[in-house]
Design a protein around this ligand. Structure first.
Ligand code: NAD
Length: 379
């Protein structure tokens, strides 16, 4: 039986979702439960600062297991005892600023963790006589491709990897391992590389939720550098529908880029958020909120421009994003306005992190000065 024929006779799936209590993972679990109520979902999540059980509230049918993806015996047990056929891998350390502060955790979770899952899944798949409908889906980022200059074409699936931060380097390492497990062992893997997500349940350390919340609190809106950095914004529900399509129809061994067709400069995005908040939030402490915009010293190694060429997923699998960045932003603002009880308790975690970031910026600046002085001395 061919893979396509086999997929047609599969009526339900049994998924192990790693990182399902995080931002995209939780949105994915919600999407999947809504679309396929007959499927079995197990979530494996270590509940780091970014994991939050409230993201899964109301999903009573899923099984949640708190644990580390680097724990091989736990992963072995879950695969076997739940007869998993589809592993969807979101678990990661995901914040670039944090990777500058402490890269070790990124190598451990993103590289060693992915390796552990691959090894466990390979053994399990072999013991089951290599069923062709099993899938190992690895969720990755467009940041592995590095930064574009103005004349470069958008990132396609064949663009050479050139990661610039410890975060993107660790994700690149994990992508290479997944790719190699298909080529070496025939493991039925899928990789997706997507652009910047935004939407409900986004932890308030990332640009869009941070800005929404700071506007509501009347706090400064810090924008790195000159605000001209361009990102392609993907509404998280669009990302989840793309993952759904790839899991069901993607060809094992392939990579698919997922983009929102929404390239926007950071400063334009923040201005648009201010416009929306001025319109939709009646009780802003500072109005108009644009006056809160503050430019701050740029992040070291900050990539200038990302853009995704998502032609392959469109032409081969028929997927397109449903939201423009304007409609997606409106939905996001509505969500943050009506979910204060979700984000307010998270602010203390975010605050202590940004205190650390201030000190790391100072440390990085002084070590750069020291390095420059050392090279001058050598010359
Ligand atoms: P997130 O930081 O919100 O969530 C990560 C989740 O993984 C958390 O629930 C955390 O508790 C869990 N986790 C971390 N280390 C773990 C470990 N060792 N074992 C088990 N669980 C662990 O991340 P996100 O934004 O939801 O991103 C999910 C995936 O999508 C990541 O792989 C990320 O690289 C990728 N991605 C994210 C974006 C984005 O814009 N957010 C864009 C492209 C790709």
């Amino acid at each position: 039986m061919t893979d396509t024929e086999n997929l047609n006779v599969i009526t339900s799936r049994r998924l192990l979702v790693t990182g399902g209590a995080g931002f995209i993972g939780a949105n994915f679990v919600r999407h999947w439960c809504g679309q396929y109520p007959g499927d079995r979902l197990i979530i494996l999540d270590a509940l780091t600062y970014a994991g939050n059980l409230q993201n899964l509230e109301g999903l009573d049918a899923v099984r949640f297991v708190q644990g580390d993806i680097c724990d091989r015996s736990l992963v072995d047990t879950l695969l076997r005892e739940e007869a998993i056929d589809t592993l969807v891998h979101f678990a990661a350390e995901s914040h670039v600023d944090r990777s500058i502060l402490g890269p070790a955790a990124f190598v451990q979770t993103n590289v060693v963790g992915t390796f552990t899952l691959l090894e466990a899944f390979r053994d399990y798949w072999n013991n089951q006589q290599q069923p062709s409908h099993y899938r190992f889906h690895h969720v990755s980022t467009d940041e592995v491709y590095g930064s574009l200059s103005p004349s470069d074409p958008a990132f396609s699936e064949t663009t050479a990897y050139a990661p610039n931060s410890p975060y993107s380097a660790s994700k690149a390492g994990s992508d290479h391992l997944v790719r190699a497990y298909h080529h070496t062992y025939g493991l039925p893997t899928l990789i997706t590389n997507c652009s910047n997500n935004y939407g409900p349940y986004h932890f308030p350390e990332k640009l869009i939720p941070l800005m929404c919340i700071n506007i509501l609190l009347g706090k400064p809106l810090p924008i790195y550098g000159d605000g001209q950095n361009v990102r392609d914004w993907l509404y998280v529900e669009d990302h989840c529908s793309a993952l759904d399509v790839v899991i069901h129809k993607g060809t094992p061994g392939q990579t698919y880029n997922i983009g929102g067709n929404n390239e926007v400069k950071n400063i334009d995005l923040v201005q648009a958020l201010c416009d929306l908040m001025n319109e939709m939030a009646p009780d802003l402490p500072v109005r108009p909120s644009h006056q809160l915009i503050t430019f701050v010293k740029d992040r070291p190694g900050h990539d200038r421009h990302y853009a995704i060429n998502a032609t392959k997923i469109k032409t081969e699998l028929g997927w397109m994003p449903a939201q423009t960045w304007q409609t997606g932003l409106r939905r996001t603002v509505e969500w943050y306005l009506s979910h204060r009880d979700w984000w307010q308790p998270l602010l203390s975690k975010e605050h202590s992190f940004y205190q650390q970031i201030d000190s790391v910026s100072t440390a990085l600046e002084s070590s750069c000065v020291e390095l420059t002085n050392q090279s001058r001395r050598k010359i």
